[in-house]
Design a protein around this ligand. Structure first.
Ligand code: LMR
Length: 389
């Protein structure tokens, strides 16, 4: 029976990990998958994570199930980190999930159950977004978001498109550090967008996967908070992969903000039922680490300090890259104003393949670069290779 299955293409981003690993050339450069690397090219385990793990190993009394909802203390602490004052006194259904992708899938499945049929998604976006929504049975409607040649946000075009959305449609938003463009909406734009979403009765699904990698933990939630302050209902998909460096531990959460506490209980029971039939119960190790860190002032301060250093490193590489690349492409001065790990360069796929073949510089065919993958010592040489195209 298996012969009825068609061969599926590899996920281009994940396939790149294998291609990079298999490349034996010295000095190869990985600007592919969104993983933070330090000046030695390592993806370090945060000091606070190591300490939290030590405490867990010493103190954890059982490995029994956590239940489909996960740990309520983790969820409360993550909610406070993600939403701050805007999240207080809201009715919320919370569920611990296997990473941000698990959260997005549950959010999509829940929307399908609620009768949401369409979700508006800006172009470009993370390729897994439309894939997840489609597999959950939602229709993905594209709207303009970013123009790569001019490196500018198509804000008016986006607003015009969203004005045609119908009440009950969902709209995907990136909380900060837009993947793949790094483009930053201004505070005024967040306000205008939130007002439109509220006026048209749209359901925002906010993906927050990089909080702390843009302008800082609080600044990175400002847009999300503006939306929350404006709307009666929202969905949030949270990943702890990058900002706690817990990639393989699959740590995340989905939050549904509802009109009343009673409705939140229904939403939570539906999320739990969906989780039960997908993977039953979430992994707990990563969530236990996050909870331990956020619940301990000393560990939390140390985690924030280390995250600050990471953000500073990425920002400084970003500035140098922008200065170098804009010698050839004036428009790439914009890279300096963008935030987070990614920027999307105006390169043709053949340029991307040439950089890979001739210089062992790896990035996906879209020419999205993970700036966090670059060591300072490599920046000048990498810029020269780009300029030689
Ligand atoms: C990325 O965009 O590189 C990350 O979010 C990793 C992934 O799962 O694609």
């Amino acid at each position: 029976m298996f012969e009825t299955l068609n061969r599926q293409p590899d996920d281009p981003l994940l396939a790149l990990i294998g291609l990079y690993r298999a490349d034996a050339r010295a000095g190869k450069v990985d600007l592919g998958v969104g993983v933070y690397r330090d000046e030695e090219g390592a993806t370090p385990i945060f000091r606070a994570v190591k300490e939290a793990e030590r405490r867990l190993v010493a103190g954890q009394a059982t490995k029994s199930y956590v239940g489909p909802e996960g740990d309520p203390v983790f969820l409360e602490r993550l909610w406070e980190l993600t939403t701050g004052p805007s999240g207080r006194d809201r009715a919320v259904a919370s569920l611990q999930t296997p990473g941000g992708s698990g959260a997005l899938r549950l959010a999509a499945d829940l929307m399908a159950r609620m009768g949401v049929t369409r979700i508006w998604v800006g172009v470009p976006t993370w390729p897994n977004h439309p894939a997840i929504f489609k597999v959950a049975g939602l229709e993905v409607v594209s709207h303009p978001f970013f123009d790569v040649p001019s490196q500018s946000i198509l804000f008016d075009e986006m607003m015009e498109a969203l004005k045609t959305a119908e009440k009950g449609d969902a709209v995907l938003l990136h909380a900060s550090c837009h993947n793949p463009t790094g483009a930053v909406l201004t505070a005024d734009q967040w306000h205008a967008l939130s007002t439109l979403i509220a006026e048209r009765g749209l359901l925002p699904l906010i993906d927050s996967a990089y909080q702390g990698f843009g302008r800082g933990l609080e600044a990175d939630r400002a847009g999300l908070c503006t939306v929350l302050d404006a709307v009666p209902e929202a969905l949030l998909a949270i990943s702890c992969s990058k900002n706690f460096g817990l990639y393989r531990e699959r740590t995340g959460a989905v939050f549904a903000v509802t009109a009343t506490g009673d409705i939140a209980l229904s939403a939570r029971s539906n999320l739990a039922a969906l989780a039960r039939t997908a993977y039953s119960m979430p992994p707990d190790h990563g969530a236990a680490i996050v909870s331990e860190i956020l619940g301990d002032d000393v560990l939390k301060a140390d985690w924030m300090a280390e995250l600050d250093v990471m953000r500073g490193r990425v920002a400084s590489i970003r500035q140098r890259l922008a200065a170098g690349l804009s010698r050839r492409w004036q428009v790439l001065t914009a890279v300096a104003e963008q935030e987070g790990m990614f920027s999307l360069l105006p390169l043709a796929e053949e340029d991307v393949l040439r950089l890979r073949a001739e210089h062992a510089i790896y990035m996906p065919g879209s020419a999205r670069i993970n700036i966090a993958g670059l060591k300072s010592a490599e920046v000048d040489a990498v810029v020269e290779k780009f300029l030689s195209l």
